[in-house]
Design a protein. Sequence first.
Length: 183
Amino acid sequence: MPLYLSCASNRVIALPELLASRDDRQARQQQWQKKYPTSLISFTTVAPGPVKDSELSRRIFNHGIRSLRQMLAASGWEIVHQRCYELATGAEGLLAVDAPALALKRACITLEQHHPLGRLWDIDVFTPQGELLSRQALAQPARRCLLCERDARICARERSHSIAELLNHMERLLHDAENAQQS
């Protein structure tokens, strides 16, 4: 598998920096939508804890970008432009795709639900008009917690699981996925 991003920063991120990074991501998305009047995929990974850019998150990110590219190619959808951003707040990928946004979102949800690492990815799809297509708009349930069956947002808000438990589970998922690829 080619590495799209390497050399993680492993830096602790404070909440103000994380919030600023979300604003920056939204600004990038808006710039892309002005430049590329297509559907837009914004791709990040789940990264619990204060370190958002680690070797683990980079490896998961690289699997995700590769899987997205394979899914798009298999669907016959053209990637008009793409770029990966190496950020201390977590790797981000943007892909401008010539595809119907609703069909693209459905395909991304399927990828998240069926790929062994899909639960560790956050794939947002925007229409050419800039509307974010939500899972709920497509009658899809909210994402489940990595460790239990509860809504992920509730477990995160309540801090139901330790960061160590979450990271260990993510490591196991990555290990299992990589072993399955080699078989």
